[in-house]
Design a protein around this ligand. Sequence first.
Ligand code: GCU
Length: 128
Amino acid sequence: SGTLFEAETGTLSSGGTFDSNHLGFTGTGFANPANAVGAYVQIPVTATTAGTKTLSFRYSDGTTAARPATITVNGTSRGTLNFPVTANWDTWSTATISVPLNAGANTVRVTGTVADGPANIDSVTVSQ
Ligand code: GCU
């Protein structure tokens, strides 16, 4: 099991918006980060204990090109995660990566590595 954190509780780099114009999101919307290399959404998460946790990002990419992104936790890069295309912008998939978290508060940043920026991000679920 895990704990879900909505992307719309986070912050966006310049040009990003929190939107609700596609179907199937949870909460009040989703993050639409800017279309640029280096564009990001940063989401605050908590962990009940310190250790290696799985982050499961719920995302959408209705284009024909994947949107890989660097996953940075508390300021340290933990690698590049691929976000493959989904059928359309109303279809959500998950991309997962294991990262070390602190007990309590952590920040998770998804930073686009391609000119299209990151995928639309609905939430991140943290294994506990
Ligand atoms: C479309 C889509 C957005 C998406 C954007 C993109 O404009 O409606 O939700 O974020 O494409 O390519 O990133």
